[in-house]
Ligand binder design. Structure first.
Ligand code: NAP
Length: 863
């Protein structure tokens, strides 16, 4: 078997690939299939990538090997039988060697060759690559298949070079067996690598000292034969199983749960947790509850149950306590799978040094000094991790179109389109690059998806006589934003993890992988390609084209809600009677999260022009009096009540520290225009007159409302100005109806698919007002006089049919001299902000609203 590629390095190839691990091997296979002349470079002496270097004792995969394997060739799958649920490094390496042999890949791979620099030559439309030994190769396309965790982080500890004993780095382990028998050994680091090697090193060493800075969550792997159910599934329906993996959240087929850790009873919580604990799989323990990745309470239930397990295993209570992670949510640092890790600390010759209590002061000639003690060792193992995801990419001096290097471009964090390409670096692809699912998924599934996408892209470029592809700044900025949006709704940013770049001093703190899921990501990539490479500029002999755009603009959690709603196939509300529509809206409201706790809630009535109006009062838990908000619910003047907007009112109460009085008003079609507006004005008068009795501060009244409630709130402010009272300090209009003209562009662009449809708005108007009345400012406040109105906070949502009329109202108020804070809820729909604790991305917008209201309260109105 030839290990290194032979022959003279060609001066020109179609494609150069860096890395001969899982990604590079499959990429080479696909490129050959396309007839593209390809050369692969790897620093290592053979194929394997991460599995070539990480030879430390105990190294295994942490996704079941049945899933952690190529799926592109059924015959390959039939030929290879894994011996264990989690195969060892030698077995995985043997598999990759088998793949290289089977497809005769090595002849195009240059081993022991590092690419040190790459520069784009615009005139030639080629990349010029330089190797460590001074050779050059030019290629049309340059693909980094260099892995996410391939550049070990240098141990950043004072004195490391001074130490005279044996030093090992888990990520660069020697090829010959290391024997720790009879030795005093230190292991620094308790991530996946440390947790895997510690039990095995303890089995040999006479003394093992583990230096732990941050304890890690770890789950028993329960290794053994490959899981029988999966083996059977693969044997009976391999294609179905692999396809399910491709469209799963994490790259392993799994039923997702809808059980919330917040609302599930304790017994259910424990049963679900125990089942996941027994399964010994990362995706199981990461998916005990639907909300554990986004809700701190739910997350802490899982975290605490794991801590209970650790305390039950480790005999010494102090050691157990030190091994319990407490200062970051479960899953926000990569959890580990172990075999007898915690049990190892019960052995008499194993000691844990908690660096939080006694930090390392220096590595000495003989060992390690901490703040309290000097240790002597025969060997030190650094399991201190990697410069993850971006490190391997920027470690090559890659220079793009403007002479800018990748390192410079990414100095504040990676900026990519789909994690596949980056502007200014044409024809340069990164397999499992930052801002793709990569490390949050089963890597092999994500690798195959990227390789297939790139191969298909190159095939199409050639077919269309094009030879240059580069993402546009618009598409790239949109993808970066979408990544950020996805991460922001999770608990991930709360940990100092390598996912955040926090393990490398000086590295920007940016969440690196795409957290929206393998399925959602694949959909986005497919859509980009199907719609003519959205967001890419393509050039070549055949000309130039660009279908510019942003592939994902909706907030990710709102997108999930819309997908769910679409999947339910519900009849449109506008096809129902008013009574049925009300019943439907009440039933929907009954099943949602309640919103935050407030100090007090009281139901009562106030006098309206045609009878009593029910209201619900929300009082903050703090000592009053408080500012006062008269609030009017949404529902198109037809639906809704003080119940319908309950979570939003609680949230407003808590965030603004205000007493909120949510008033019901008469509904159409029973009571048509102007009943709702008259009721709202009367209610505001009554609330202002009774401010002190309600616990409010007289003179600090905000009139607020959402949707149709925003309509009557705006009208109330106009009526109050004209009537000389009540005195309204500010108005808060959330996605308000301000005009009867339904021809604005937002009706066309957002009129379908975002819950509030154009058809439903027409139905609302038809129920509420005759055509002749609609232009009346008491129905369309945009047509009223706006000067002299109270300062306003106007909130409009990007994907709302009502967006443009809300924008128009904000602009008209400002033009009339009214102080306005116009908050544009990016990526949101008409209903987003009301979906408290469902659409988590709405929370920062509501926080901004509260802050805006607070600042406006002190601004006097101009007349
Ligand atoms: P890691 O998770 O980054 O862990 C590094 C450990 O070293 C951490 O405990 C870290 O503490 C500690 N450390 C770093 N610098 C230190 C210093 N100067 N002083 C003291 N302690 C220091 O790295 P890893 O264990 O190599 O794992 C990286 C990733 O590779 C894993 O998360 C996983 O995705 C993958 N991996 C997978 C497997 C597998 O099971 N298939 C095995 C190995 C690795 P802090 O946490 O305080 O920074």
């Amino acid at each position: 078997m030839a290990i290194a590629g032979s022959g003279v390095l060609p001066a020109e190839v179609d494609v150069a690939v860096v890395g001969a691990g899982f990604s590079g091997l499959y990429m080479l296979y696909r490129l050959r299939g396309l007839g593209l002349r390809t050369v692969v470079f790897d620093d290592a002496g053979d194929v394997g990538g991460t599995w070539y270097w990480n030879r430390y004792p105990g190294a295994r995969c942490d996704v079941p090997t049945t899933d952690y394997a190529y799926s592109f060739d059924a015959l390959l799958e039939e030929d290879w039988v894994w011996s264990e649920k989690y195969a060892t490094q030698p077995e995985i390496l043997a598999y990759l060697r088998h793949v290289a042999d089977r497809y005769d890949l090595r002849r195009d791979i240059r081993f022991g060759t590092r690419i040190t620099a790459a520069a784009w030559d615009e005139a030639a439309r080629r990349w010029r690559l330089r190797t460590g030994d001074g050779n050059e190769v030019s290629c049309r396309y340059y693909i980094m298949a260099s892995g996410c965790l391939s550049l070990p982080k240098a141990p950043d500890i004072d004195g490391v070079d001074r130490y005279r004993g044996e030093v090992y780095l888990t990520g660069r382990w020697p090829h010959d067996r290391v024997d720790f028998s009879g030795k005093r050994v230190a292991v620094v680091g308790t991530g996946s690598s440390g947790i895997q090697c510690i039990p095995l090193i303890a089995g040999e060493a006479t003394r093992l000292t583990v230096f732990q800075r941050t304890p890690n969550f770890s789950v028993p792997a329960r290794n053994g034969p490959p899981p029988a159910d999966r083996v059977t599934q693969l044997a009976t329906d391999r294609d179905g199983y692999r396809e399910a993996a491709r469209w799963s959240r994490g790259g392993v087929p799994r039923e997702l749960t809808d059980v919330s850790g917040v609302t599930a009873p304790e017994q259910v919580r424990r049963e679900r947790f125990e089942a996941a604990w027994q399964a010994g799989e990362l995706f199981a323990i990461l998916g005990v509850f639907s909300d554990q990745g986004v809700n701190a309470v739910s997350n802490d239930h899982v975290a605490e149950m794991i801590r209970e397990k650790i305390r039950a295993v480790v005999s010494d209570a102090d050691v157990a306590d030190a091994l319990c992670p407490k200062d970051y949510p479960f899953g926000t640092k990569r959890p580990c799978l172990d075999s007898s890790y915690f049990e190892t600390f019960n052995l008499p010759h194993v000691r844990l040094v908690d660096l939080r209590r006694t930090p390392i002061t220096a590595v000495t000639e003989a060992g390690i000094d901490t703040a309290e003690e000097s240790f002597e060792f025969d060997a030190i193992v650094f399991a201190t991790g990697f410069d993850a995801m971006t490190g391997p990419l920027v470690s090559v001096a890659v220079t793009g179109t403007d002479g800018v290097t990748l390192e410079d471009k990414w100095q504040h964090g990676p900026v990519t389109y789909l994690g596949l390409m980056t502007t200014g670096f044409p024809n340069f692809f990164t397999i499992t690059g930052p801002q793709s699912p990569s490390v949050l998924s089963n890597m092999v599934v994500s690798i195959e998806q990227h390789v297939d996408w790139i191969a298909d892209c190159l095939r199409r470029l050639r077919a269309e006589n094009l030879d240059r592809i580069e993402p546009t700044p618009l598409a790239e900025a949109g993808w970066v934003q979408h990544n950020q949006d996805c991460a922001d709704i999770t608990l991930y940013p709360r940990a100092n993890s390598w996912y955040m770049g926090a393990n490398v001093p000086g590295k920007p703190r940016v969440f690196l992988p795409y957290v929206g899921g393998v399925d959602a990501y694949r959909r986005a990539c497919d859509e980009v390609a199907e719609k003519g490479f959205v967001g890419f500029r393509l050039d070549g002999p055949a000309g130039s084209r660009c279908n510019d755009g942003v592939i994902r603009r909706l907030q990710p959690d709102m997108a999930m809600v819309l997908d769910l709603v679409a999947s339910l196939g519900l009849p449109p509300i506008e096809t129902m009677s008013a009574a049925d529509a009300r019943a439907f809206s009440e039933a929907t409201a009954a099943s949602r999260p309640p919103g935050p706790e407030v100090g007090e809630i009281a139901d009562a009535v106030l006098p309206g022009p045609a009878g009593d109006l029910a209201y619900r009062l929300y009082r903050p838990p703090t000592q009053g009096p408080h500012p006062l908000i008269a609030y009017f619910h949404g529902g198109g003047w037809v639906l809704g009540s003080q119940d319908s907007d309950d979570p939003l009112c609680r949230d407003l109460c808590v965030r603004t520290g205000s007493v909120v009085v949510s008033v019901n008003y008469r509904h159409a079609p029973e009571d048509r225009f102007p009943a709702a507006a008259d009721d709202a004005f009367a209610a505001a008068n009554w609330i202002a007159a009774n401010a002190a009795a309600l616990g409010g501060i007289p003179g600090q009244l905000t009139v607020a409302g959402w949707s149709a409630g925003g309509n009557v709130a705006a009208i109330t402010c106009q009526l109050a100005r004209d009537a000389g009272g009540p005195d309204i300090a500010s108005q808060l209009l959330l996605a308000p109806v301000t005009d009867c003209d339904l021809a604005r562009p937002s009706y066309a662009s957002n009129g379908e698919g975002f819950i509030l449809t154009a058809g439903l708005m027409r139905w609302f108007w038809d129920h509420y007002a005759d055509a002749a009345d609609r232009a009346n400012p008491k129905a369309s406040p945009l047509r009223g006089t706006l000067a002299g109105l109270p300062p306003a906070v106007v909130v409009t949502a990007e994907f709302d049919p009502l967006r443009d009329e809300g924008d128009a109202y904000a602009e008209a108020l400002a033009a009339a001299g009214v102080p306005v804070r116009h908050i544009r809820a990016r990526g949101h729909t008409h209903t987003s902000l009301t979906m408290v604790d469902v659409v988590i991305s709405g929370a920062p917008v509501r926080a901004e609203i509260a802050e805006a209201l607070d600042s406006l309260r002190s601004v006097p109105a101009r007349s």
